[in-house]
Design a protein around this ligand. Structure first.
Ligand code: PGA
Length: 255
């Protein structure tokens, strides 16, 4: 993924919404209209995996991806959906390591395996990292560092690491009332690029896109994009609202 010309990645994570394919198509059509107006911002949506095929078949500038992939490529893994399977029905990227999957048991090692599968299948990766809580000794920085470096160390083809974007999502800000303030987002973005630099060298670290996620709204998105030193946003609830998502896209387009 590239950030040349400051092209912001505006990524919607629909989670387990909406409830039916019909509703998903309706919402996608509304978002497609909003995305059509934006020239610079890259609009991306990760719907439920069952909707990927139908939505990626629609004419739209929105890029479709998956919310997760299996840690293995095939076999006896009831209920799992492989990276190759989602790629074969139109997914172009995968969100991996979301805190809601980590809460179900995805460790850094499992996340690393999933990233490997996604890369192998030719998907771009949005790796989610973020601390559950803050502590005065700043141990949370170590948590984030491990979340990044365990994955980066596990990818064999180092050239492929440039296809990874990192979404910083402080878990305590997901589904919350307010987002993190832009100056704090700025600090974390710089820190994350520095950590990536440890694995890839400083130049590549600086180039790695860092997104912010956690209670992004049409009211706080502009500040985070202009002052947060981020390359995009990962948006939950407001990606289900065409008006709000459209407003965020228009900001990303005009900065
Ligand atoms: P939220 O979700 O925007 O609803 O807080 C963000 C996320 O979980 O990616």
């Amino acid at each position: 993924m590239t950030t040349a010309n400051k092209k912001f990645m505006i990524v919607g994570n629909w989670k387990m919404n909406p409830e039916t394919l019909e509703e998903a198509k309706e919402l996608f059509a509304a978002l497609t209209k909003k995305a059509a107006a934006s020239k610079k911002a890259i609009a991306m949506i990760a719907p439920s995996s069952t909707f990927i095929q139908a939505l990626s078949a629609k004419k739209s500038t929105i890029i479709i991806g998956a919310q997760d992939v299996a840690r293995e490529s095939k076999g006896a893994f009831t209920g799992s959906v492989s990276a190759k399977a989602v790629k074969s029905v139109g997914a172009k990227f995968a969100i991996i390591g979301h805190s809601e999957k980590r809460a179900e048991g995805d460790t850094d090692e499992i996340v690393a395996k999933k990233v490997g599968q996604a890369i192998e299948a030719g998907l771009e990766v949005i790796l989610c990292v973020g601390e559950k809580e803050r502590d005065e000794q700043a141990k949370y920085l170590r948590v984030i560092r491990d979340q990044i470096l365990v994955v980066f160390a596990s990818v064999k083809d180092k050239k492929k690491l440039s296809t990874i974007a990192i979404a910083y999502e402080p878990v305590w800000k997901i589904g919350a009332q307010t987002a993190m303030i832009p100056s704090e987002v700025h600090e974390m973005s710089i820190y994350i690029k520095k950590v990536v630099g440890e694995a890839l060298g400083n130049k590549a670290g600086l180039k790695t896109p860092v997104l912010y996620g956690g209670s992004v709204t049409h009211e706080n998105a502009h500040g985070i994009l202009t002052e947060g030193s981020v390359d995009g946003l990962l948006i939950g609830r407001q990606s289900l609202e065409a008006e709000a998502f459209g407003t965020i896209l228009s900001y990303a387009d005009s900065i």
